[in-house]
Design a protein around this ligand. Structure first.
Ligand code: PLP
Length: 390
């Protein structure tokens, strides 16, 4: 009998991937499934990024790069972040990793461990909870509230801090709610955190380029008093439609960089060179493709939210960012799980039950509108017919 590590065997798989498998199985049987479950842009990466990658695939680099990333790419990331948020960023603080996820995973490994507590959003991106768990730390969920436009209450978050709290994970714009944390909320949290100098903050801003008109985005990088304990997570997956390229970056407090570097040498050595060249082209090249993708998401958002609010038993707030709608389905009389299952099996529309993102997501569904408009319209028609027939 093999004896396995419970820190690994007790992990839960991200629900979106399980739904993807079920949707593909139904599709393989010939059912016309529309997949609004998985969160990735339905666009190709910008053309100049593909060209740079094609050239790099021939000319190199073909060997290992520095574990923390190619110097030229770290410089470009530092300049990009500094320009966006009006702050200084040293290239030595930048670490290139294979996907946005890796930054929070390493943050949990570094700051977590047995006895530590880490605060995370609920509903929130499920791998946070599992990364915390796999480090041996205890995850403490803080609520994200529909009636606050999917912001958290800073006092509530601060009240959960104990002597064991090592890290708070923030996410804005957020998965699964599409909520954007307001500057005022961050300011109140930052003021309160001055009383807790031993607590680090990881700000997952992977959707930072997907913020809609009028919403206004504030980055945690805009709070200089927190800089020495802020870890910024961002990357290329959502902004440049490069989810499969596995690229991300973190801006780390200088004292932590050497430890993350060691983790990288144990774990994956470095990000592949071709992807890093493509990442550089993405950051330094023309921005039209990204802007046009954002305009398309903004347009779809309006139609999808309007369509959802017209469904029997459903109400949906206008999300301010990312590409998710998080409708409240309590009035349908079904649990999120039952509704998500039935909608997949009977209407062939894949959506995710809100409680896969934490207990506070019960009573909601997550729909990704990173799908073509005809598919979105057809999905809404099917949902209408399904809910109307109950
Ligand atoms: N953070 C959030 C909030 C996400 O929704 C995702 C992907 O869905 C990630 C991080 C991971 O991004 P990547 O695919 O770059 O690892």
């Amino acid at each position: 009998m093999l004896r396995l590590n419970p820190n690994v065997t007790n992990l839960e798989e991200e629900g979106a991937f399980a739904v993807l498998d079920r949707a593909m199985a139904l599709q393989a049987k010939g059912h016309p499934v529309i997949n609004l479950g998985i969160g990735q842009p339905d666009f190709p990466p910008p053309e100049h990024v593909l060209e740079a990658a094609e050239k790099a695939a021939r000319d190199g680099p073909h060997g290992y790069t520095s574990p923390v990333g190619m110097p030229v790419l770290r410089e470009a990331v530092a300049a990009h972040v500094a320009h966006r948020y009006g702050t200084n960023v040293d290239p030595d603080e930048v670490i290139i990793v294979p996907g946005g996820k890796v930054t929070f995973y390493f943050a949990c490994m570094l700051l977590g461990g047995p006895g530590a507590e880490i605060l995370y959003p609920d509903p929130g991106f499920p791998p946070y909870r599992e990364a915390i768990r796999s480090s041996g730390a205890k995850g403490i969920a803080y609520p994200v509230r529909e009636d606050r436009d999917f912001n958290f209450d800073p006092d509530e978050v601060l009240s959960l801090i104990t002597a064991e709290t090592r890290l708070i994970i923030l996410n804005s714009p957020a998965n699964p709610t599409g909520g954007v944390v307001s500057g005022d909320t961050l300011r109140e949290l930052a003021d309160g955190l001055c009383r807790h100098p031993g607590v680090a903050i990881l700000s997952d801003e992977i959707y930072s380029h997907l913020v809609f008109e009028g919403a206004g985005f504030t980055s945690l990088m805009q709070f200089p008093e927190l800089r020495e304990r802020t870890i910024l997570l961002d990357g290329w997956s959502k902004t440049f439609a490069m989810t499969g390229w596995r690229l991300g970056y973190g801006v780390w407090p200088p004292g932590l960089v050497e430890h993350v570097r060691k983790l990288i040498t144990v774990d994956h050595s470095c990000v592949n060179g071709v992807a890093q060249v493509a990442a550089l082209a993405a950051l330094t090249g023309p921005t039209e493709a990204v802007e046009s993708m954002c305009r398309t998401f903004a347009h779809r958002r309006q139609r999808v939210v309007r369509g959802l609010n017209a469904l029997p038993g459903v109400s949906c707030r206008m999300p301010n960012g990312a590409f998710y709608a998080f409708p409240n389905v309590v009035r349908t009389g079904m649990s999120s799980k039952e509704l998500a299952n039935r909608v997949l099996e009977e209407a062939y529309v894949a959506v995710i039950a809100g409680d896969s993102f934490g207990a506070n997501g019960a009573g909601f569904l997550r729909l990704s509108y990173a799908a073509g408009q005809p598919d979105l319209d057809e999905a809404l028609n099917r949902l209408h017919a399904f809910l109307g027939s109950l």
